[in-house]
Design a protein around this ligand. Structure first.
Ligand code: SF4
Length: 189
């Protein structure tokens, strides 16, 4: 069974060592179009059947350093690339790394390139985290375009779904969801 944190229980400041499990440029499976995908390390949700169990440990992988940051920024500048994808591990528990990359992208490209993020938190849980004083989670949310939210549930697994692995997970339009204060589905195009 996946772990269910209380609001404010899990924090980047106390859990993350700013390690990344992987970086894959020019992929076509982590969202819409050609993307650069960063997989951060550490995820305490521990969903049964997780696609990336190796990255549960916050000590897995390698440090996120200036060299990798510059490589990602360069790759994102390629005209064929639609945007950045943040996966895990749990991006909302690696907010230092994610915010570094996303802010470089926004400085260089504004909203011309998009940012997708996969999280084990639901959108409602993230709002509760923000309500519990986790400002970094709000800062990351406000930089996102699309959020695929919720734990992976083995009993609800459906291989026919686009961008998500189980039926409980949702693909959300983040700016519209934040404006509404509730989850708004993302629509392509
Ligand atoms: S939230 Fe995602 S990365 Fe974390 S254990 Fe669940 S499926 Fe794996």
């Amino acid at each position: 069974m996946a772990h269910d944190p209380r609001p404010g229980q899990w924090r980047t400041a106390t859990l993350s060592s700013d390690l990344v499990a992987d970086y894959k440029p020019f992929v076509m499976v982590d969202g819409e179009g050609v993307r650069c995908s960063l997989y951060v390390s550490g995820c305490p949700f521990a969903c049964a059947g997780c696609f990336n169990e190796a990255a549960w440990s916050f000590r897995y992988g390698r440090p996120f350093d200036d060299e990798l940051e510059e490589r990602i920024v360069t790759d994102l500048g390629h005209e064929a690339v639609q945007g950045l994808s943040l996966l895990g591990g749990e991006p909302f528990l690696s907010t230092r790394v994610c915010l570094r990359v996303v802010r470089r992208l926004r400085t260089a490209h504004g909203r011309a390139k998009d940012v997708w993020c996969w999280t084990g938190y639901t959108f409602e849980e993230l709002l509760a985290e923000v309500g519990a004083g986790q400002q970094d989670k709000l800062e990351l949310l406000t930089e996102l375009d699309v959020l695929v939210d919720g734990r992976f549930e083995l009993a609800a697994r459906d291989l026919s779904l686009a961008f998500r692995g189980s039926r409980n997970q949702r693909v959300l339009d983040v700016p519209r969801s934040l404006a509404a204060g509730s989850a708004v589905p993302w629509r392509a195009g």
